[in-house]
Design a protein around this ligand. Structure first.
Ligand code: HEM
Length: 118
């Protein structure tokens, strides 16, 4: 079960990262139709990432506080991703959200793999 959550979690954010970058660029290039589809799949990835992450937290009885902090930062990263995507789709300035989301995304990966904040 834990392994399943783990695989879903890692697979989820890997796919989400690719969908975010390509989807964001397509929105900014006015390729709205394709971007909308990628955006929809990206939203499905949020759910998989959050459910699998929360599942791992519950199964490990919240033993590691750092993982809880990482989870909260992960949710904030997803919030920034969604802000960047929605703003790009509405053609309002969004470069700051895009960069911010990418920076936080990388930060969460570094915390997840224990590179920083151990
Ligand atoms: C953009 C969002 C997220 C990214 C990029 C991300 C990334 C990662 C990475 C890189 C790992 C380490 C995988 C490994 O050890 O091989 C991990 C593990 C984990 N993540 Fe996330 N995560 C995100 C969101 C979340 C959320 C929202 C939660 C909780 C609600 C969460 C909870 C966890 C937990 C509990 C682990 C298990 C770590 C372990 O047992 O070693 N993550 N995540």
């Amino acid at each position: 079960m834990l392994k399943g959550f783990y695989e879903a979690h890692v697979g989820g954010w890997e796919v989400a990262l690719v969908l975010f970058i390509i989807g964001y660029i397509l929105y900014r290039m006015d390729k709205v139709k394709v971007a909308k589809i990628l955006h929809m799949i990206l939203r499905l990835m949020y759910i998989i990432i959050i459910v699998a992450g929360a599942g791992m937290l519950v199964m490990t009885n919240f033993a590691d506080w750092m993982l809880l902090v990482k989870g909260i930062l992960g949710i904030v990263a997803i919030g920034l991703i969604e802000m960047a995507m929605v703003r790009a789709s509405k053609r309002v300035p969004s470069t700051g959200f895009f960069i911010g989301a990418l920076v936080l995304f990388v930060l969460v990966i570094l915390i997840g793999y224990g590179v920083i904040l151990r």
